[in-house]
Design a protein around this ligand. Sequence first.
Ligand SMILES: C[S@@+](CC[C@H](N)C(=O)[O-])C[C@H]1O[C@@H](n2cnc3c(N)ncnc32)[C@H](O)[C@@H]1O
Length: 284
Amino acid sequence: MDWAVSRLHAADLHYGHGTDSAIDEAGALVFHALGIPHEAAPEAYRWAATGSGRRRVMALVQRRIRERVPSAYLTGRTWFAGLEIEVTPAVLIPRSPIAELIEAGFEPWRGGLPVESVLEIGTGSGCIAVACAAWLPGVRVDAVDLSHAALEVAARNLRRHGLQGRVRLVQSDVYGGVAGKRYDIVVSNPPYVPSAEMDGLPPEYADEPALALEAGPTGLDVVERILAGASRHLRPGGLLVVEVGSLREAVERRWRSLPLTWLQFQRGGGDVMLVRAEDCAHVG
Ligand SMILES: C[S@@+](CC[C@H](N)C(=O)[O-])C[C@H]1O[C@@H](n2cnc3c(N)ncnc32)[C@H](O)[C@@H]1O
């Protein structure tokens, strides 16, 4: 671990794909290379690695540094809302702060009303849909994505957690595949990087699908469509929850008269807005 942390530190990498420091990243790589479950920490920190184990650790750490691949793509997995999620370069690496809101059952915003149905737009690995089904008893989730390759990964994650019966995957352009359906919650972590900013992203983002990141000149192309259709897809009393990265000011300028609530998260993360169904009817 010491060796891995010092090598990662010296390499001046970007963290932000589910880990936020060299120590976290070293933990993910070392435990994976040695086949040690994360629950074995902290005792495992005193165990000694054998020759072949050390070589596996060194090879992974060197790939992380040389190729600037985020560790989750090297290990093929990460954790979201306490659940293990398979990832491949067909999907964005899960890291949305929306995990915390799901763990809280969308409270206090639901005011004690049960959540029976959820629509997730842009499911990627399926992490948000899986977390909703795992944390909200009895909920039914429709999870849509434009990317067929992403939906294949999401299907494997549903099977991994035995949730195929409660989550339906739909290949769909925003609301296209769920016309006429209404939900208690519409939730999305859509692409929101303005096109001109794509080239300036750290190299770690190059392995993620551009479709998961880029959203037109302002970054709001997909957010616009989600907001525009929300009132047709929310039940009375429903909630729209959308992550917008660092575009809070742009959103506030674009929808000046819309009552928006910006959520606070204990574990940090990008800007996430919440809009009530009755307010979505006035989206201009
Ligand atoms: C930022 S990723 C979020 C993935 C996952 N929900 C998460 O939080 O990790 C955005 C996802 O939206 C999908 N997407 C992009 N444009 C879309 C569209 N027009 N309709 C549906 N899904 C879209 C991408 O394929 C990608 O999987």
